[in-house]
Write a protein that binds this ligand. Structure first.
Ligand code: CUA
Length: 338
């Protein structure tokens, strides 16, 4: 009789466990896996999930079994037998969870500690967050500055993250980690991309009206393609003023919002840069001064028909050389098209 009950319980929990496992495994709950660190975090996730499934199957099967087996028959108004607890059971349901939770704590601690250590010599990238844009600077590559994060695959990267106004948070779901960007000091994040591809960069800390739009992307490239991109940018920055200016314009996403004929861009989120001369006259400023101020302090003068705080203020982070190149490029381009 007792053996039969245990067998029924075991069967019932096996069925429930199998069903829940199928739900866990066959539905794609997680984003694509694209970094070493993410692999470790996923291991912790599945380790914890396996424990949860086992406990759920056990509890659910005992519950269903009892509801079915000990239900009141019609017209049975008698009380249940008086019970005074069970010391053995109480010890078991205190000890087992303690062991499991300790296990999860140990596994997580090891994973997090490993995730804080880069393998080999990491590539350093300075990340600046500001309402509502990201900017990335490569100190090892002549302070090359971009708004799209490009990384070589299979090399650890050390992101040094900071914010200039309020708290933001750097998050690439495929990399599996978040790190706050603070105004009080630098935070660090180690990432070792394992898969070539493009992934979204998301701000995951409510930081103001434009929070939902504070997005960029990371492009993980084969090492040769990354080296080629760096070489090309540096060649352009060291080349003719035209090449340098265009490289800064392109890398910093200016064309995503502005029309500018010399660069062949046609976006209309912000004012057309082909009209800079007229706009400078409207602002009553010399052209070059006007262009520079509009880049580093976009809200100082806002063209009619456009609202304040639309243009991110991250561009004052551009190294002087790149800012000069950009200013000259815009001044020349708009003088040509006056
Ligand atoms: Cu920056 Cu949310």
């Amino acid at each position: 009789m007792r053996r039969g009950a245990i067998l029924q319980l075991v069967l019932l929990s096996a069925v429930i466990g199998a069903a829940v496992t199928a739900v866990a495994i066959f539905i794609g709950w997680l984003p694509e896996q694209a970094s070493k660190e993410r692999e470790r975090i996923d291991f912790v996730f599945w380790f914890t999930t396996a424990i949860c499934i086992a406990i759920f199957a056990l509890v659910a099967s005992v519950m269903l079994y009892c509801v079915w087996k000990f239900r009141a028959r019609p017209d049975d108004d008698s009380d249940g037998a008086p019970i005074h607890g069970h010391t053995g059971l109480e010890i078991a349901w205190t000890a087992v969870p303690t062991i499991l939770v300790t296990g999860i704590a140990i596994v997580s601690t090891v994973a997090l500690a490993q995730n804080e250590r880069p393998t080999g010599d990491p590539l350093r990238v300075e990340v600046t967050a500001r309402q509502f844009a990201w900017s990335f600077k490569y100190p090892e590559h002549g302070d090359l500055t971009t708004t799209i994060l490009r990384l070589p695959v299979d090399r650890s990267v050390e992101l040094r993250i900071r914010a200039l106004d309020v708290i933001h948070s750097f998050f690439v779901p495929e990399f599996g980690q978040k790190q706050d960007a603070l105004t009080s000091g630098e935070t660090k994040l180690i990432i070792t991309p394992t898969k070539v591809g493009q992934y979204p960069i998301i701000c995951s800390e409510l930081c103001g009206l434009g929070h939902a739009f504070m997005r960029s992307r990371v492009e993980v490239l084969p090492p040769s393609a990354f080296a080629a991109w760096v070489a090309e940018q540096r060649r352009a920055l060291g080349g003719s003023p035209e090449q340098a200016g265009k490289a800064v314009f392109t890398e910093n996403g200016c064309g995503g919002c502005h029309t500018f004929e010399p660069a062949g861009t046609k976006a209309e989120v912000g004012p057309s840069l082909d009209e800079l001369s007229a706009q400078a006259r409207g602002a009553d400023q010399p052209l070059e001064e006007f262009v520079r101020e509009s880049i580093v302090e976009p809200d100082a003068y806002v063209e009619q028909g456009f609202s304040k705080e639309l243009m991110p203020e991250t561009y004052d982070q551009l190294p002087d050389e790149q800012l000069d190149a950009l200013v000259q490029y815009l001044v020349r381009g708009s003088e040509g098209g006056r």
